[in-house]
Design a protein around this ligand. Structure first.
Ligand SMILES: Cc1cc2nc3c(=O)[nH]c(=O)nc-3n(C[C@H](O)[C@H](O)[C@H](O)COP(=O)(O)O)c2cc1C
Length: 732
């Protein structure tokens, strides 16, 4: 691993946390800096008032009268008047030199007050401003080291591009501030004897008047180490003096030195001020975009479970248990309970103990298997101990050999780990609403809670019946090129198309009373009330013990048998856990083989849409030639910019086994940038082992590139799952 890879996580932490901690201070310093940058512009555009010579005695006399406590921090003489600024309660405004009367237009000197705000927050906190300056310098230095410039139309993409492209501009302020703090590059000042307490302006002028003719006095202000700095005009030009604590009057250079002039934007008049204004606004913009994107990420992670009293958790293969769980949680929330609702995939056994009770809804898939999102939870239960109290609803179908096998597996693992069952587990056969209703009533009694009655439940879990006419079928793999897996694009016309989105499921049974097979919806093209639905179907092929091929009945019908024009009856099942994110939100799609099925639909939704958001597809199969499903469409989408990135992994091509998780590992840094910095949503679709491989690769990536240990990386994935940022749709 390169040094940069090791150091980068620390730089990223420094960049982020310094930016967050100092954010309010940065805003004060930068916005006051922006106002101060206007000063050279205003000075350049306005004619300076002619200063009539004044008698030093009258200035001193007036000053002592107006500022008896010596609180004024600066004065300016202008056309027979004296303008005073003070820290705290001292005099403020413009006064006539002749009689001390307040003069109009002499309100607060905005630039003088802003300067004090910029330098010491108006509270004499110069040291805090110095810390903030060092922090800003560190952030500006760390920024470009976090990664090369990449142009992306996202909030952080703009943040990064502005940081990179305007680096010289934004670096000037923090670098010159640091040099000024260290007194490097400033004017050659005479040795200044410190004054304790600081000299008042009147005392400074009194001491100066003994040695210098102050009749051309322009201004005077408190200066370093309690001294007073003043400027006097004469026929030979302006001359500055410092009066120090020892009462000495030293001539001071008229120029502030290059470093100060660069910092203040005074080196070139109006346009150097304009450059400083742009720099201050750019730095403010960078602070705001950095802070905002952090806040957005926090909010997106806000779905994290943990704060509630009750937990509703689900393990659902095709969405039924998930929708029932959401309805269960809603019914409890409506009655005023604090309820967390999450997939078991986002939970560990220890999480369950944090709640007064856990309501679990677990579906069975395959041949008596736990629905995929619950499998890791079951493995984690082996050897664990938990004092959780739970109530379990098992979803299944008696037409399968192992009725509710998955639910039973979860139940025995929980009991073996020491969890207690509040009510005996209930089993739902097929249509689950009646069983759910009964189970929920008993659970409420056992947990001593009372939910609002939920009539929306039946609606929310019901599948919609659809009549489908086969209108088109195209083979996607090319058998000529060798051992490809037979895969077809199957397109149906539907007269009345219910609400549905890519990633939802079409349930088709090969014969009446047969169990249904689930297919992910790809492209959905609506026309009036009807439209077209596209599926990607892999021909299921197993070998009998005698070595004869055995085809899956439904996939055989769809791929080979059904004639065009034939009408099928099916059911549409909403699968909100695997629908594309809102337009504009970056999405990463990872698929192997016919797991590509939903993604042409995801991508097509964004084609031709303004501000559609970045999208990235990582696709794997056996051979580039022959197995690159939808290769032409995907490449065209990539070329048109609909698909921001397209990466592939082919496992049986020359050059060795290259699987999708390998591609994830190779692209780990960029992938994490999308996930972490751009808050992308990641979807994985394919066989179970693809899910395992991608999950492992993501954990490794977080360890290698973000400095996570293994437990923290796993917790990060769980947080993402809980926040709806990581979606797996896997099949056996
Ligand atoms: C591919 C597949 C395999 C299934 N296997 C079983 C099984 O072995 N035992 C069972 O009781 N139910 C089985 N079922 C039925 C589901 O558990 C049932 O339809 C459940 O309501 C689905 O819930 P879900 O949408 O939350 O995944 C299977 C369903 C499908 C689609």
């Amino acid at each position: 691993m390169s040094t940069m890879t090791t150091v980068r996580p620390w730089l990223r932490l420094a960049h982020r946390w310094l930016g967050l901690i100092f954010f309010p201070l940065f805003m004060i310093i930068l916005l006051s800096g922006a106002v101060l940058a206007l000063k050279p512009i205003v000075d350049d555009l306005t004619t300076p008032a002619v200063t009539a010579p004044v008698e030093s005695g009258s200035v001193l006399q007036r000053l002592t009268q107006l500022d008896p406590q010596g609180q004024a921090s600066s004065l300016r003489i202008e056309g027979g008047s004296i303008e005073l600024n003070s820290r705290g309660a001292g005099p403020q405004g413009r006064f006539a030199l002749a009689d001390g009367q307040v003069q109009p237009g002499g309100g607060v000197d905005v630039f003088a007050v802003t300067e004090q705000l910029h330098k010491n927050l108006l509270l004499g906190l110069g040291v805090v401003v110095e810390w903030a300056s060092w922090a800003m310098l560190a952030i500006v230095v760390c920024g470009p080291l976090l990664g090369w410039l990449r142009l992306r139309n996202t909030l952080l993409g703009w943040h990064m591009a502005a940081g990179w492209l305007l680096l010289p501009l934004i670096a000037i302020g923090p670098i010159t501030a640091a040099l000024m703090i260290l007194h490097i590059g400033g004017p050659q000042l005479p040795p200044i004897a410190p004054a304790r307490p600081a000299l008042s302006l009147s005392r400074g002028l009194e001491l100066a008047a003994a040695q210098v003719d102050l009749s051309g006095l322009h201004w005077a202000r408190s200066f370093r180490a309690g001294s007073v700095l003043l400027e006097v005009g004469s026929s030979a030009g302006a001359q500055r003096y410092i009066v120090d604590g020892g009462g000495s009057v030293h001539a001071a250079p008229a120029s502030k030195g290059l470093v100060s002039e660069l910092h203040e934007g005074t080196w070139g008049g109006a346009w150097s001020g304009a450059i400083n204004l742009l720099a201050a606004l750019t730095l403010s913009g960078l602070s705001i975009t950095g802070f905002w994107s952090w806040l957005r990420r926090k909010r997106q992670a806000g779905g994290k479970v943990g704060a509630a009293e009750w937990l509703v958790a689900h393990a659902s293969q095709t969405g039924t248990a998930a929708r029932l769980a959401a309805a269960t949680a809603d019914a409890l929330r409506q009655a005023g309970y604090e309820v967390a609702c999450a997939s078991l995939a986002a939970l560990s056994p220890a999480d369950l103990e944090r709640y007064r009770g856990a309501l679990l809804l677990v579906s069975t898939t395959g041949e008596g298997d736990v629905a995929e999102p619950g499998r890791r939870f079951v493995s984690a239960l082996h050897g664990a101990r938990t004092a959780a109290r739970f109530s379990l609803l098992e979803l299944g179908d008696r037409r399968y050999a192992h009725f509710c096998g998955g639910g039973e597996t979860v139940r025995s693992a929980l009991l073996a780990a020491g969890a207690s069952e509040a009510v005996p587990a209930a089993q739902a056969d097929g249509e689950p609403v009646a069983a759910w209703s009964e189970w929920f009533k008993r659970t409420q009694t056992a947990f001593g809670i009372e939910a609002a009655s939920s009539t929306a439940v039946a609606m929310s879990v019901q599948d919609a019946a659809v009549s489908l006419k086969l209108i088109e079928r195209e083979r996607l793999d090319d058998p000529e090129s060798g051992d490809t897996a037979e895969t077809w694009r199957v397109c149906f016309g539907v007269d009345t198309l219910p609400d549905c989105r890519p990633g939802d499921l079409l349930l088709l049974a090969p014969a009446a009373n047969d169990v249904e097979r689930c297919y992910s919806l790809g492209r959905i093209e609506r026309e009036g009330r009807g439209g077209r639905l596209t599926l990607t179907v892999g021909l299921k092929l197993t070998e009998s013990i005698h070595g004869e091929p055995h085809y899956g009945r439904m996939s055989y019908k769809l791929c080979r048998e059904l004639a065009q024009g034939v009408v099928l009856q099916g059911k549409l099942r909403r699968h909100p856990g695997f629908n594309p994110p809102a337009i504009g939100r970056p999405m990463i799609m990872i698929a192997a083989g016919c797991g590509i099925a939903p993604f042409p639909g995801f991508i097509a939704e964004r084609a031709g849409v303004e501000g559609a958001g970045a999208s990235w597809l990582l696709f794997g199969n056996r051979h580039f030639d022959g197995d690159f499903l939808y290769g032409r469409e995907l490449t065209a989408w990539r070329d048109q910019g609909v698909l921001t990135r397209l990466d592939t992994a082919f496992s049986r091509d020359a050059g060795g086994c290259h699987y999708v998780p390998d591609a994830v590992r190779e692209q780990a840094e960029e992938l994490l940038r999308w996930l972490v910095e751009d808050a992308a949503v990641l979807y994985v679709c394919g066989r179970s082992r693809l899910g395992d491989g991608v999950e492992r690769a993501l954990i490794e990536a977080l360890q290698a590139h973000r400095g996570f240990d293994s437990a923290a990386a796993q917790a990060q994935l769980q947080d993402w799952r809980a926040a709806g940022r990581l979606h797996f749709d896997l099949f056996d």
